[in-house]
Design a protein around this ligand. Structure first.
Ligand code: AMP
Length: 430
């Protein structure tokens, strides 16, 4: 009986996992340049962490969370995003007392029960950044610069960073009201979802995908026109730094991000290769969140990129291939045990070795060796075993050296012997 995987939960097979590890390594390298350190948080949290932080009028909390009752009756949830968990950990371990500013990154799976399609899964991976403890415009700009450098390192095709300001507690309430009044006046033209959200979360009117809502809200008021003076100054300062550093961003006054906790700087990245799900990532400032989750008055800003979408939108030749074995040992007849013994010694010495199973013809072993991509095949047949010396086939120059390498060599001596064979002029071939 075959048991299939669960809908929306994918395997990453070896062809693709090379790209995943490459992406993770590039990200770690860029994060180190910005002095970020890794934080690892659990996959399961108490449900209330997400209802409190993400907001109970958001799509995620309304219909996408994988929540379940634990055996003691408490409600637990597979995390749908990283920020809430990281802020929870930040508060729980009083990181604020250890260091004034925490610059963190994370990698790992997230879970949302969405309708699966290209670039949209129920388990997906994110790479994210959170900077806690600074509220100046310079750090917002630095986070966007980091994002920009990361997209370049990952060779994402035609990425575009979209920028907006969502205002703060001083100016957003009045704007919300203005938007709500605008929506109320056009209630009949709005989709059911938006009608329902008018009362509790009118900002979502602006990112509704339905064409009727888009038409009805085409000239809706936008936050950028309602910023208070400090929010305006902050936004202008962020843009000035990005300008100076030559990082192009596009103003996107209708971008509101999905979650309740954002304020001021908000951004998203779109890129090629993704079809309708064209956002590879997004983020923004969340100054009230630490306090909401029981911590101090600590501001924060961060973003997350979706790994599956990065894989879809990176340049085809970006990741390269996995490392091929340096040598391939082909044991013939009774030589399997000796071959395994030598392979073990050489591997312990740092040589990448593929060892074919015994009992196969030389021809079929050579076919395997070719596929494995090793530059040298070491053949161990009856004659070689008697002489305690392997025959070497140089797969690149296509020549054999009969019983040319001692079976008992150390890893270093093996490397030296192979290098020496490669130096031999063609006419001396055995
Ligand atoms: P969000 O927190 O919703 O802005 O998500 C940030 C990024 O995570 C998105 O831009 C996507 O790249 C990725 N992402 C979010 N939801 C999914 C999903 N269901 N499947 C795959 N990737 C996702």
């Amino acid at each position: 009986m075959k048991i299939p995987s669960v809908k929306g939960f994918h395997d990453v097979l070896p062809d693709e996992s090379v790209r995943w590890s490459w992406i993770e390594q590039q990200a770690r390298d860029v994060f180190a340049l910005y002095n970020l350190v890794e934080i690892r948080v659990p996959i399961v949290e108490r449900t209330e962490l997400f209802t409190r932080s993400i907001g109970d009028t958001t799509d995620i909390v309304e219909k996408e969370m994988y929540s379940f009752e634990d055996r003691d009756g408490s409600s637990l949830t597979l995390r749908p995003e990283g920020t809430a968990s990281i802020v929870r950990a930040y508060v729980e371990h009083a990181l604020q007392q250890r260091e004034p500013v925490s610059k963190l990154f994370y990698l790992g799976p997230m879970f949302r029960r969405e309708r699966p399609q290209k670039g949209r899964l129920r388990q997906f991976a994110q790479i994210g950044v959170e900077v806690l403890g600074r509220d100046d415009a310079a750090i917002d700009a630095e986070v966007v610069l980091l994002l920009h450098d990361l997209l370049a390192a990952l060779r994402i095709r035609n990425p575009r960073i979209e920028l907006n300001s969502l205002g703060d507690a001083a100016c957003r309430p009045a704007y919300r009201e203005a938007l709500r009044a605008f929506g109320e006046a056009r209630r009949a033209q709005l989709c059911e979802n938006c009608q329902r959200r008018l009362e509790r979360n009118p900002l979502r009117l602006l990112d509704c995908k339905s064409s009727e809502c888009r038409a009805a809200t085409a000239d809706a008021p936008v936050m950028l026109d309602h910023l208070c003076a400090p929010c305006r100054a902050h936004f202008d300062a962020v843009r000035a730094v990005l300008d100076r550093e030559g990082v192009a961003v596009r103003l996107e006054p209708r971008m509101v991000r999905g979650l309740d906790y954002y304020c001021r700087t908000a951004f998203e990245v779109v890129a090629e290769g993704l079809g309708s799900q064209n956002a590879v990532g997004g983020g923004g400032r969340y100054d009230g969140l630490v306090k909401d989750l029981g911590g101090g008055n600590v501001p924060g800003i961060g973003f997350a990129l979706g790994v599956e979408r990065l894989v879809l939108s990176m340049a085809d030749d970006a990741a390269g291939r996995p490392l091929a074995p340096e040598i391939f040992i082909a044991p013939l007849g009774a030589a399997e045990q000796e071959a395994l013994h030598a392979a073990h010694r050489w591997r312990r010495g740092g040589v990448r070795v593929e060892l074919a199973p015994g009992g196969k013809s030389l021809k079929s072993q050579m076919r395997l060796a070719d596929k494995a991509g090793a530059p040298y095949v070491l053949i161990l047949g009856e004659d070689e075993l008697a002489a305690k010396a392997l025959t070497v086939r140089d797969m690149v120059a296509k020549r054999d050296f009969t019983r040319a390498v001692d079976l008992t060599l150390s890893a270093d001596a093996l490397r030296a012997a192979l290098a020496q064979l490669a130096q031999q002029p063609m006419e001396q071939r055995a």
